[in-house]
Design a protein around this ligand. Structure first.
Ligand code: AMP
Length: 216
């Protein structure tokens, strides 16, 4: 049976970094809604143009388009064994839609690591973040710098700062998270799949906790 893991937590807590590591370790597909929107933006699709107007303000893209984008992604063959969902769901309507989608795979949300950190850590993490242009590998100017400034260690492509990682937008993204995404913590806690992880620890320690919780 397929395994689906939802990484839950505020912007800047390290979901993207951990999702990439977990995907490599577990061999499950990495499905990041933010990466999918950024890919659409890069390719100047209609979806990308629509998403940009919300992303620039740090607001959520409407549920209907987000849900249908994720549905298309989950039906690709690399998700047959399951996926690590990073950034989706972000609203109760998305969580309910996900449950219905996974039923088509004979699956369910198996495990929800809820990664947390104090707000000042989130702002510092997001505003110092550098992202790789080609595949979205993630660095931080202080906590995880690349070997060569401005260049991705893994694929040699250029690193850039996301528009929505500017301090002002990060603050709004955190506010939106508390208003719209926090209810999912209770939703998944009640289903008995939530595991709290302290995201203010170094990357390796967070990974260790995630993996040991997964093994259980
Ligand atoms: P992220 O890379 O996860 O921080 O997402 C960047 C931006 O993409 C968010 O601030 C939203 O504007 C949009 N976005 C990503 N995932 C979702 C989602 N599940 N629902 C709505 N908007 C999203």
């Amino acid at each position: 049976m397929a395994t689906f893991i939802v990484l839950l937590g505020p912007p800047g807590v390290g979901k993207g970094t951990q999702a990439k590591i977990l995907a490599e370790t577990t061999k499950l597909a990495h499905v990041s809604s933010g990466d999918l929107f950024r890919e659409n933006l890069k390719n100047q699709t209609e979806l990308g143009k629509l998403a940009k107007s919300y992303m620039d303000k740090g607001e959520l893209v409407p549920d209907d388009v987000t849900i249908s984008m994720i549905r298309d992604r989950l039906f690709r063959p690399d998700c047959e064994a399951g996926a690590i969902l990073d950034g989706f769901p972000r609203t109760p309507a998305q969580a309910e839609a996900l449950e219905k989608m996974l039923a088509d795979f004979n699956g369910k949300v198996d495990y929800v690591p809820f990664i947390t950190a104090p707000e000042e850590v989130l702002v510092e993490r997001a505003s110092g973040r550098w992202t790789c242009r080609s595949q979205g590998h993630i660095y931080h100017q202080k906590f995880n710098p690349p070997q060569k400034a401005g260049i991705c260690d893994i694929d040699g492509s250029e690193l850039y700062q996301r528009d929505d990682d500017k301090a002002e937008t990060v603050t709004n993204r955190i506010k939106v998270y508390f208003q719209q995404t926090m209810p999912l913590v209770e939703y998944y806690r009640q289903k008995g799949v939530l595991v709290e992880i302290d995201g203010s620890q170094p990357v390796e320690q967070v990974t260790e906790e995630l993996l040991s919780a997964l093994k259980k």
